[in-house]
Design a protein around this ligand. Structure first.
Ligand SMILES: [Zn+2]
Ligand SMILES: [Zn+2]
Length: 435
């Protein structure tokens, strides 16, 4: 198993694994709430966790340790989960951290070892000693989709209007006003406002800002990347708020869906996995390329779910990106010749998302194996000219032969400049004597 992945804490991304000492535990989240099965499953989960004895060791210079404790104490005294930069500077002075740059270094260090949260690029004045306020706003926001209308006032008072609720639940869109109302209840104050939260969520690529062209034109939205454009009327797209898909249309046979995943090898068995949280980040990163990527019209033919999204690319093609939890699947069959371009576009977004998640970007490309073996995937080799089945014994031939429904993702035979170069290297064709 990829040790780095485990070290990063992405422990629930991998197949069922009953090896002793494993921190991987499969959970069926679809068991109905309140049912006996769910209760049994939670007891099972709790027992397993309590037997895990997972611990983390962080090396901390003693001066930073005292600094950290002082931050916690001050926040506790204030009954708040964050401090302002001013307060932190004051605490620093009492510990001989006189220079502002020393304090900044100390804060960055504590952030990197995940003791505090500090985002100087967007919120230079707020230091979270506890992630609670951020998680609180997010969980309340998500809760809007799960509670009945009559109970929504418990989350936001006044509750969102039927239009706002529909925009949120169906399209994943909300306005800053909604966040402001949610946070009014003991979360936001003059030092931590809804606009700060919006800046933070944008910085973390959890939401994308969307230009609102007229109230009811939700079918045509554009993502805004210009930070200076602070129109409070704008919508924010929050993919995690969307429902999950229940049925997918059959995939094309002309262009086989491309799978992107991480390869996990363990005792001779190969499985696929992706880091948790990769999918929504990738969607937001793609939408940020606003000259190239846009929302799809709303309709039955397109997906707009938290685990399946259709996107319009280059103003003419549609791609479907599906979160299969062990891999990400890309479907595109508008134009075979554009497959390599689409592959590159999505790969770039995946690279950025991996960076956000602090995961090494060692993704691989794969396909669903054409054999009858449902569990088998064909993993493309590095040169992308051949593949290897993870389970079948016969040689894998998906990238070989005349069938280009797989290989079309990797090479563009007609417009490949490399191919033209190879042709010219062969030299001009000699005229035959008979002419
Ligand atoms: Zn194969
Ligand atoms: Zn196979």
């Amino acid at each position: 198993m990829n040790k780095k992945l485990v070290n990063e804490g992405f422990n629930n991304l991998i197949k069922q694994n009953e090896d002793e000492g494993s921190i991987i535990f499969p959970v069926n989240t679809l068991l109905p709430a309140g049912s006996k099965e769910r209760e049994e499953a939670s007891v099972d989960l709790c027992t397993t966790i309590s037997h895990c004895r997972v611990a983390m060791t962080i090396k901390l210079p003693i001066r930073l340790f005292t600094f950290e404790i002082s931050l916690q104490l001050r926040a506790k005294k204030k009954q708040q989960s964050f401090l302002t930069k001013e307060e932190v500077i004051e605490i620093g002075k009492s510990l001989q951290l006189d220079d502002e740059s020393d304090i900044d270094d100390a804060l960055r260090y504590l952030h990197n070892v995940t003791i505090i949260l500090y985002y100087p690029a967007v919120l230079p004045n707020i230091i979270f000693v506890d992630p609670e306020p951020i998680l609180d706003v997010l969980s309340r926001l998500i809760a809007i989709r799960y509670v009945n209308h009559k109970d929504r006032n418990l989350i936001a008072n006044p509750p969102p209007s039927p239009d706002e609720t529909r925009d949120f639940i169906k399209y994943g869109l909300f306005k800053e006003d909604l966040l402001e109302i949610i946070g009014k209840q003991r979360i936001f104050n003059k030092n931590f406002e809804s606009s700060h939260m919006i800046d933070l969520l944008k910085h973390l690529n959890i939401i994308a800002e969307v230009e609102n062209k007229g109230e009811r034109e939700k079918t045509h939205l554009r993502v805004i990347t210009d930070v200076k454009n602070k129109e409070k009327k704008n919508d924010y797209f929050f993919p995690c708020a969307l429902p999950s898909y229940n049925k997918l249309n059959p995939a094309s046979k002309e262009v086989r869906p491309l799978l992107i995943a991480w390869k996990i090898c363990n005792r001779g068995t190969t499985t696929l996995a992706i880091p948790q949280g990769l999918f929504p980040l990738t969607i937001v990163h793609l939408l940020e390329k606003r000259d190239i990527v846009d929302f799809c019209p709303v309709g039955k033919e397109y997906y707009r779910y938290h685990d399946a999204m259709s996107l319009c690319v280059y103003e003419k093609y549609y791609i479907d990106i599906i979160n299969c939890y062990t891999h990400i699947e890309i479907r595109f069959d508008d134009c075979k010749a554009s497959c390599p371009e689409i592959c590159e576009l999505v790969t770039e977004a995946i690279k950025r998302s991996s960076k956000d998640l602090n995961v090494d970007d060692h993704h691989i490309f794969a396909f669903k194996c054409p054999s009858k073996n449902e569990q088998c995937y064909c993993i493309a080799k590095e040169d992308k000219s051949s593949a290897r089945c993870i389970q079948c014994r016969p040689k894998c031939d998906v990238l070989k032969g005349d069938d280009d429904s797989y290989s079309c993702w990797f090479k563009n035979r007609l417009s490949d400049p490399g191919a033209a170069e190879v042709a010219s290297l062969a030299g001009p064709v000699q005229p035959t004597e008979s002419l």
